[in-house]
Design a protein around this ligand. Structure first.
Ligand SMILES: [Zn+2]
Ligand SMILES: [Zn+2]
Length: 348
């Protein structure tokens, strides 16, 4: 492999800076990918700053990767040289437990290997993410990319896309269903696009009506100001499903009262503190509060293929890698519509 270069945090308190490292030659079933674009996920910021207490330094973030195959292992069958490939949040798993055998590698009994800041199952090194020029991965954990889509806008599908696609599919969102989306950021705007594409009646909840026009453009049938009880009340007991993508602390109760009997509210955002839930709002309608996390490899491919067929991508702001620290600060202020994506040709 040619030398790898990227941007790394050397400590929780240091900004990302240029960093050189090496990756192994691809093994028999592995491919090497030259990275073209990498999305900037909120997790990247949490991990760069060790806000979840599990970071390993030097830390090269990035798990929304789109690139071109530049080397193929001797028994690899899925990709040919020069084809597009995408890599998401996980790059390996035990490959033999029940969830892995079902294609739910993200629920691997032994724990999946994360794309960065995790121990590599093959060579024991620490995985380095997609804020870099290349990646080496087993073909099982890489996906083919529909040729008709804008590649920069495909990158966020690998985390924000599958994180919202999977629960909407699992809870059967479709025609005849009323669905709420909480939060209109990287995750929320993808949830909105998918729920709309699946044929549901979609309500975007927002804490600021500034985003109303955008939400309507992205597929919302209605936009409701969640801080206004008078706006929320007419929706009482009317929702089949609510997808909560918000990462700012908030109470679940105002939304639980909007669920129909046996409705479900699923959390995919990661607030720093546990959310408040009143048991009363659950028992009054046998409501469920659930969680969901990315998706398995077959479902991730299904999502990408669906996006190709329906022309769905993320709304992105493409940046050179030199602006990634600035992008982190702007992301904290929700000053992005709706995902930063690094153009890796800027990495010299
Ligand atoms: Zn992510
Ligand atoms: Zn497993």
């Amino acid at each position: 492999m040619p030398p790898s270069k990227g941007y790394a945090a050397l400590a929780a308190t240091s900004p990302l800076a240029p960093y050189g490292f090496t990756r192994r030659e691809p093994g028999a079933t592995e491919i090497a990918v030259e990275i073209l674009y990498c999305g900037v996920c909120h997790s990247d910021l949490h991990m760069a700053r060790n806000e979840w207490g599990q970071s390993i330094y030097p830390l090269v973030p990035g798990h929304e990767i789109v690139g071109r195959v530049v080397a193929v292992g001797s028994s690899s069958k899925k990709f040919k040289l020069g084809e597009l490939a995408a890599i998401g949040v996980i790059v390996d798993s035990c490959r033999h437990c029940a969830p892995c055998n079902r294609g739910e590698e993200h629920f691997c009994d032994e724990g999946p290997t994360l794309t960065y800041a995790a121990k590599d199952r093959v060579d024991g090194s620490i995985t380095m993410g997609g804020y870099s020029n290349n990646y080496v991965v087993d073909e099982r954990f890489a996906h083919t990319v529909p040729a008709n889509l804008d590649l920069a806008a495909v990158a966020p599908l690998l985390c924000a896309g599958i994180t919202t696609y999977s629960p909407l599919r699992h809870w059967n969102v479709g025609p005849g269903k009323k669905v709420g989306i909480i939060g209109l950021g990287g995750l929320g705007h993808m949830g909105l696009k998918f729920a709309h594409a699946f044929g549901a009646h979609v309500v975007q909840f927002t804490t600021s009506l500034r985003k109303k026009e955008d939400a309507l453009r992205l597929g919302a049938n209605e936009v409701v100001l969640s801080t206004d009880p008078a706006a929320m009340k007419p929706h009482t007991k009317s929702f089949d499903f609510i997808l909560d993508t918000a990462s700012a602390p908030h109470s679940l109760d105002p939304y639980l009262t909007l669920l129909k009997q046996d409705g479900t509210m699923t959390l995919v955002g990661l607030p720093e503190k546990p959310p408040a839930v009143s048991v009363f709002s659950l028992i009054a309608r046998r409501a469920s509060v659930a969680g969901s996390m990315i998706g398995g490899m077959p479902e991730t491919q299904e999502m990408l293929d669906y996006c190709g067929q329906h022309n769905i991508t993320a709304d992105v702001e493409v940046i050179p890698i030199q602006k990634v620290n600035e992008a982190f600060e702007r992301m904290l202020k929700q000053d992005v519509k709706y995902r930063f994506v690094i153009d890796m040709s800027s990495l010299k």
